[in-house]
Design a protein around this ligand. Structure first.
Ligand code: SF4
Length: 263
């Protein structure tokens, strides 16, 4: 296992970051086996990994019947979500935190420092997922907008991209931002009866589609996630209706499907 540490001084402005050791923000690299069997040295974490870390817990598939769960980089800027979906894995994952699934943002200085070091030093183009432990838009509409804070950091370079994953329709701040080449907006949707039964606190699916459509029209890359698909009566009709609703509004760059699974 080969490790290549880099060091940066977070007290200096972004464009002046130099390879010195105090105070250090170390980028730890690790060799990963890709799905095609080749090997690549990629970032494992920045600093202590509390803000940026690769999700690499799932094993490499050995048999054709093994589950393929690709590794990805998490931008762990906050935790929680206000929507309280019945199946949400955050209920289990965050159960030992004092604030549980209530929206909670980490230290902004640390998020900025680690993100800037990553954007400056990591040469291999990456996508950072900001919606694994929190809804990416959970703070929009409040004074503390994560979007206003994070998007300009990514727009200051052209190598790495930020993935927003959300069930929210609070896109006002995204619509106000002119430059968004480095941003991917992914909306989590479900068949209408499924959403109204088990995603009761989230905005109606039609509102989410409308929000996605507005971003699409503004030139954002928009993706869709339908997860978990639930085997309700007449599921074929309801999921076909959902697909029609989506494609009547815009054309998503990608659709990710997921099945109902245990915590
Ligand atoms: S929107 Fe996503 S993160 Fe929020 S409660 Fe529902 S499943 Fe969990």
């Amino acid at each position: 296992m080969k490790k290549q540490p880099l060091f940066a001084n977070p007290t200096l402005p972004f464009h002046h970051i130099t390879k010195i050791t105090k105070p250090p923000v170390k980028i730890t690299f690790k060799e990963y086996v890709m799905l095609d069997g080749t090997k690549k040295v990629l970032v494992e974490r920045v600093g202590d990994g509390s803000i940026i870390r690769r999700f690499d817990k799932t094993p490499f598939p050995r048999k054709q019947t093994d589950v393929i769960c690709p590794h990805f980089l998490e931008l762990k800027w906050g935790t929680g979500c206000p929507y309280d979906c019945s199946w949400c894995y955050l209920k289990g994952t965050l159960r030992f935190l004092p604030y549980g699934t209530n929206p909670h943002i980490k230290d902004l200085d640390k998020i900025k420092r680690h993100t800037q070091v990553f954007l400056e030093y990591v040469k291999e183009s990456e996508i950072l997922n900001s919606g694994e432990l929190a809804d990416s838009l959970m703070l929009e509409g409040n004074k503390k907008s994560f979007i206003k804070f994070i998007v300009p950091l990514f727009e200051g370079q052209n190598k790495h991209r930020l993935l927003l994953l959300t069930k929210s329709d609070r896109i006002q701040n995204l619509l106000r931002i002119d430059s968004h080449r480095q941003i991917i907006a992914s909306f989590s949707l479900n068949a209408l009866p499924v959403a109204s039964e088990w995603e009761k606190k989230a905005p109606p699916v039609e509102n989410r589609i409308n929000a996605a459509k507005k971003l699409y029209k503004e030139g954002y890359e928009v993706r869709i996630r339908i997860d978990p698909m639930v085997l309700i009566e007449n599921w074929e009709k309801f999921y076909t209706d959902l697909i029609d609703l989506i494609f009547d509004s815009f054309i998503p760059e990608r659709i990710t499907l997921g099945s109902l699974r245990g915590l």
